[in-house]
Design a protein around this ligand. Structure first.
Ligand SMILES: NC(=O)c1ccc[n+]([C@@H]2O[C@H](COP(=O)([O-])OP(=O)(O)OC[C@H]3O[C@@H](n4cnc5c(N)ncnc54)[C@H](O)[C@@H]3O)[C@@H](O)[C@H]2O)c1
Length: 449
């Protein structure tokens, strides 16, 4: 099939590369000329396991091309995917500027029947708006033909995006059109062989399903963080509690880790977007507001612990930070807890020596001033970050941080203290080396005194 995708971010690139790998002819369009030039040269602008290899193989085979030429990309398309960003507005609602801009381009240039698929995460009713914009554009040119607008939310997880796309838990198709369902079924057939994962529903329900899924996962995390905060005040170990409750299949082990809060480009904005949508519909979504508030508070917890430990005197301190990405296996630092910690440390007069296995370039892009002033030093590896530091703070649960050389840590930290924002280290091993270990919800509220 001839596919055109708008947006070459995490969703657009993964979708484009995977559909090309299944034998389709894929054209990816972006308005970011620099990014398109990079992609045309075979470079991958984001870190995502197996993405570059998949992309490059299909570029070489001529099945995956990148362009800024919207008209040519629309002229050749049977199916068009909208994969552009939907960032939050100031009030938490979704900014649909990019989605609507793509709809206008399609309305301006499309001259043949096509299916338009919305993969961006969008508020309920956006499919209706996109359809109206496209139809108006076509009518204004005196043309008339069928265009089906389908909702097909994306559930990939950054860090495992290719695998998720190729083996999805579900493929949600939101449309009432029988012909569009058939087109989508055919397109997804290579990813749907093992058992049927295709779920067809109306467009509005499909749009809301994506928000409900993210809101549910964010709620699990905030719930566990709330339990952790209670636990550490009453002498309870949240890690034991996690194992105890996870064994109940109604609860399950996933997404019940206490930590320094959730980040990323999806959970924070999606939870707020549904809350705003509910508000507009006259409903007070108290639970979602609480999920967001608990998370905001949680993201400042590591700093509070560090500040309290140092008697609120951080001027001149040097803190080693392991992990900058919002989660492992990605370089994405959008809304990452590490940023809240680093910014609070700088505000308090401390400097940060940081290491992340994938996000160093992104950190350099985000904080050039802090690098120039020496407030942020990017270390070549995790151990180098420790040299000369007062303490270590862990923000991301990268696997390579999980079995460190505790002796080396003890030897190099001047204050022999670790603040583990993901509870990934071995407390007993740390204690044996004389290190003070402060995690999240581990029954020890001594840091508060
Ligand atoms: N990142 C994820 O893990 C994830 C997962 C599921 C769903 N989503 C949703 O998918 C959407 C895209 O997310 P992302 O993380 O890939 O975004 P992103 O910010 O990484 O990429 C968006 C891309 O769209 C491009 N763009 C903007 N306007 C354009 C236009 N008019 N025409 C062509 N390209 C344009 C931008 O230049 C950018 O390259 C969002 O709605 C997001 O909520 C993201």
């Amino acid at each position: 099939m001839q596919l055109t995708l708008f947006g070459t971010g995490y969703v657009g690139l993964v979708t484009g590369a995977c559909f090309a790998a299944a034998g389709n002819d894929v054209t990816c369009v972006d308005i970011n000329t620099e990014r398109i030039a990079q992609l045309q040269a075979g470079e991958c602008p984001i870190y995502e396991p197996r993405l570059k290899e998949t992309m490059n193989a299909n570029q070489r085979a001529g099945r995956l091309i990148f362009t800024t030429d919207e008209k040519a990309a629309i002229d050749s398309a049977e199916i068009m995917f909208i994969c552009v960003g939907t960032p939050p507005n100031e009030d938490g609602s979704s900014d649909l500027t990019a989605v609507e801009a793509v709809a206008r381009s399609i309305g301006r240039y499309l001259d043949h029947p096509a299916v338009v698929v919305n993969k961006s995460t969008v508020p309920v009713g956006t499919g209706d708006r996109v359809e109206a914009i496209i139809r108006r554009g076509i009518e204004e040119r005196g043309l008339s033909f069928e265009v089906e607008v389908v909702s097909n939310p994306e559930f990939l997880k950054e860090g495992a995006a290719i695998q998720d796309f190729q083996k999805p838990d579900r493929i949600i198709i939101g449309t009432d059109s029988v012909s569009a369902i058939e087109v989508m079924r055919e397109l997804y057939a290579p990813f749907n062989r093992n058992h049927n994962r295709l779920m067809v529903m109306d467009r509005r329900s499909s749009e809301f399903t994506k928000y409900a899924a993210n809101a549910m996962l964010a709620t699990k995390i905030s719930f566990m963080n709330e339990m952790a905060n209670i636990a550490e005040r009453i002498g309870v170990d949240i890690e034991s509690v996690r194992i105890g409750i996870g064994s109940d299949p109604r609860i399950g082990y996933s997404f019940i880790y206490a930590g320094a809060g959730y980040g990323g480009s999806c959970f924070p904005k999606d939870v707020q977007s549904v809350e705003r949508e509910a508000h507009r519909a006259g409903y007070d979504a108290e639970l979602l507001r609480a999920v967001n508030n608990v998370n905001e508070r949680q993201k400042s917890l590591l700093f509070q612990k560090i500040s309290a430990y140092f008697g609120h005197q951080l001027q001149g301190c040097s803190i080693a930070v392991w992990g900058l990405a919002f989660k492992p296996n990605t370089d994405d630092m959008r809304e990452a807890p590490s940023r809240v910690l680093m910014e609070a440390l700088w505000e308090a007069g401390a400097r940060v020596v940081a290491f992340d296995p994938a996000a160093m370039q992104e950190a350099a892009r985000l904080y050039p001033e802090q690098i120039a002033t020496g407030q942020l030093v990017l270390a070549p590896d995790a151990e180098a970050a420790l040299v000369g530091a007062n303490a270590l703070a862990i923000c991301t649960e990268w696997r390579e941080f999980q079995m460190p050389d505790y002796g080396f840590i003890a030897e190099h930290l001047s204050h022999d203290v670790i603040f583990d924002g993901r509870n990934i280290l071995d407390r007993n091993r740390a204690a044996k080396e004389g290190l003070t270990y402060i995690g999240i919800g581990l029954g020890d509220s001594a840091w508060q005194k």
